[in-house]
Design a protein around this ligand. Structure first.
Ligand code: ADP
Ligand code: MG
Length: 329
């Protein structure tokens, strides 16, 4: 949830396009090229995001859906070098986050109905959740060798929803650069990547709060990535209770205690996974998980509306709308 702020009035007009990919709204802003060249670059970035979207839908016709159906049947499936590399990264992040980030969560996401276009419940019954928890799937149980993946755990299904948008932002940035773009802001839903500057000034973004209003403003250096994860992104109401899409693998249910997490790093893949991991870690553990992941700039809006921030986040994020950031060393 990020808004690009207007840049300096003297700068040449940026070219901006919005479209849907990876289940979210993508917004790409390019400075410094004439419109035709900027649109060609944005088209290439869009094609890259659409390629990943088609390949990595957890139950789609692409390679990830093929892999997940094979794992469910106890069989093996081929994986591309690109997917194998991201799976290895995801497995490392799973270990480093103490399992809060777990890309092997696909079957639980499907049980909760958060895999489809319009999630609506009902929530799964306790028996199904207990069976998933007992099987304890995670990428630690996935073997990938020689371009083939397999697992002894048939409850394992890969869902890249919490890391794929950061990866997509990086790939889209590469596509822009190969078309001569040096200055761009990419927003793949809540995953932002800043390249270069905004018409001769650093990129500035504003972060929305979880229940409306703004949280703060932030100036980004070239190459910096910002990710937010929040309980407002995807949810449904069932019998008066709200259920959201950020699931705690330890309980099998949606994670409580936090409404929104913000993370800034120089790696969009880490930023994406870390925002999810910190959200799931909750108010008592987000700080230690940030440390374990090597994330210095992080901020968490707790369920009571108070905002906790690392020292680096307090230096970086300028509060607005009367918000107060409480420093957690
Ligand atoms: P958003 O930008 O939509 O808030 P996130 O990056 O936080 O997204 O990822 C949320 C998605 O990741 C969910 O829709 C689900 O597919 C998947 N997911 C949910 N819980 C976890 C988890 N604990 N670890 C890894 N992936 C998760
Ligand atoms: Mg994420």
């Amino acid at each position: 949830m990020v808004l690009a702020l207007a840049a300096c009035a003297r700068a040449p007009e940026p070219v901006r396009r919005e479209f849907f990919a990876l289940g979210t709204l993508v917004e790409i802003t390019v400075y410094g090229l004439d419109e035709a060249r900027a649109l060609a670059a944005i088209g290439a970035a869009r094609a890259e995001l659409e390629r990943l979207d088609a390949a990595w839908r957890p139950w789609g016709a692409g390679e990830l859906g093929t892999l997940n159906r094979a794992l469910e049947a106890g069989a093996s499936a081929p994986v591309s070098a690109e997917l194998a590399a991201l799976l290895a990264r995801a497995a490392a992040l799973e270990r480093a986050s103490g399992g809060r980030f777990n890309a092997g969560i696909g079957q639980l996401v499907r049980l909760w109905d958060f895999d489809g276009e319009a999630p609506q419940g009902p929530p799964p019954d306790a028996g199904h959740i207990a069976a998933w928890r007992a099987a304890a799937p995670g990428l630690a149980a996935l073997r990938v060798a020689g371009g083939v993946a397999a697992s002894a755990n048939r409850a394992l299904a890969v869902d890249l929803g919490a890391i794929g948008k950061g990866y997509g932002a990086r790939r889209a940035g590469v596509a822009l650069a190969s078309h001569g773009v040096r200055d761009a802001l990419l927003a793949v839903g809540g995953d932002i990547l800043a390249l270069g500057q905004a018409g001769g000034r650093p990129w500035r973004i504003a972060i929305r709060g979880p229940r409306g209003g703004l949280l703060g403003g932030l100036t980004l250096a070239s190459g910096e990535a910002v990710s937010t994860s929040g309980d407002y992104e995807r949810y449904y109401v069932w019998n008066g209770r709200r259920f959201h899409h950020l699931l705690d693998p330890a309980t099998g249910a949606d994670a409580g205690g936090v409404r929104e997490v913000l993370v800034v790093t120089d790696d969009p893949v880490l930023a994406d996974a870390a925002a999810t991991a910190l959200f799931v870690a909750g108010p008592a553990h987000w700080r230690e998980v940030a440390r374990d992941l090597g994330v210095e700039v992080a901020l968490a809006v707790r369920a009571d509306g108070t905002i906790a921030a690392t020292p680096a986040a307090r230096r970086r994020v300028e509060p607005v709308d009367g918000r107060r950031f409480e420093e957690v060393p």
